[in-house]
Design a protein around this ligand. Structure first.
Ligand SMILES: [Zn+2]
Length: 357
């Protein structure tokens, strides 16, 4: 098979950076390094938004750093190797990510990286290849990885990054040392988030982001506030009868941006889950969004626990469907809204699905 001569489009690489919740994983690697037992292949697993990329960048920079000697694994930031990494031109570091407009790592990309790992290093140190996202490899690419895992060359380090380990071939998974990046505690995440954002941030933003601080940070620029305002208003309008399901569905999908609609569903999941908790506890356990708690359907009417939980499930199912398939979105959202009104007003004998008058 002919080899590709052209280089794939260069993507901006994450900078080497250890975040506070990376310290356990970093300690594990430092101990392995000090014992001269750094594995040939490491599977870094953890949710999106936890900075797996910057962790892998740190690991590769540290393994290549000229000061990482005498049992110490770190990034000095000043040696020739660190300078090459900063310039994005270290000859012994290969970062493989999907090419523009692609979602998968191709067999050619992965094979090229694996071949480089099998050769002598340019700078007499380690050779490092990072594959991201490792669960999005073609079968051919995975087979190339498998070959490298079976016959690792000395001084080579293969780092696979994934938020979905189950998406990897079990034979690949079992041949890598697993390293889990865990979510930080809420307190730790909030402290980091406020510091990075340079302002006070609502805990609802972290909850909305699934506890992943980097994801939360990307919404802290006002995007979350705008989403929150819009959702609070449209729910109030819907529940008061000022807007009907058709209007609200059109509003929620106004930008025709699938991800924006998915964001709304994540917000609704938070709100509905907190209503369900409120129904069970009998005390107000609604999540407090910026500007106050999201609206209650009817403060005087008891909430229907099972109807609320089935709405939570329905919200998650719709979100998963949107992410996977092309769907008649507006219709799907309308029927979700009708179900919501039925769940919140079970005793009215008929849901107010259309605006009166
Ligand atoms: Zn260095």
């Amino acid at each position: 098979m002919a080899k590709k001569d052209e280089q794939p489009e260069v993507q901006p690489l994450p900078s080497p950076r250890l975040l506070p919740w990376h310290s356990a994983a970093a300690t594990q690697l430092r101990q392995a390094w000090a014992a001269n037992r750094l594995p040939h292949a490491i599977l870094v697993q953890g949710a999106d938004g936890l900075g797996k990329g910057s962790f892998a960048a740190w690991l590769s920079a540290a393994a290549l750093c000229e000061q990482s000697v005498d049992g110490k694994l770190d990034v000095c930031g000043t040696c020739a190797s660190c300078a090459l990494i900063k310039a994005g031109s270290h000859p012994d570091l290969y970062w493989v990510a999907p090419e523009a407009d692609k979602t998968q790592l191709s067999v050619d990309q992965v094979r090229a990286a694996c071949e480089k790992l099998s050769k002598t290093s340019f700078r007499q140190g380690y050779k490092v290849a990072i594959l991201e996202p490792a669960h999005q490899m073609t079968l051919g690419a995975a087979n190339s990885v498998l070959k490298t895992l079976e016959e690792p060359s000395p001084g080579s380090l293969l780092v696979l990054l994934t938020s979905r380990p189950s998406g990897l071939l079990p034979t690949v998974r079992s041949r890598c040392q697993k390293l889990t990046i865990a979510r930080p505690s809420t307190a730790e995440a909030m402290a980091w988030l406020q510091n990075e954002a340079g302002k006070s941030v609502s805990p609802a933003l972290l909850a909305f982001s699934g506890g992943a601080p980097l994801r939360a940070l990307s919404y802290a620029d006002g995007r979350f506030d705008a989403l929150n305002q819009h959702m609070q208003k449209s729910l109030r309008d819907l529940l008061s009868g000022d807007a009907d399901v058709t209007q609200v569905a059109a509003e929620w999908d106004d930008s025709k941006d699938k991800d924006a609609l998915i964001d709304r569903l994540v917000w609704l999941d938070l709100w509905l889950s907190s209503l369900a908790r409120t129904a069970i506890a009998g005390t107000d356990d609604r999540v407090t969004f910026p500007g106050g708690p999201a609206p209650l359907p009817s403060p005087s009417r008891p909430l229907n626990i099972s109807a609320l939980y089935s709405m939570v499930d329905r919200t998650r199912a719709l979100k998963a469907q949107l992410a996977r398939t092309a769907l008649q979105r507006e219709l799907a959202v309308e029927s979700w809204l009708i179900a919501l009104l039925e769940a919140l007003a079970p005793s009215r004998g008929g849901a107010p699905v259309a605006r009166a008058g």
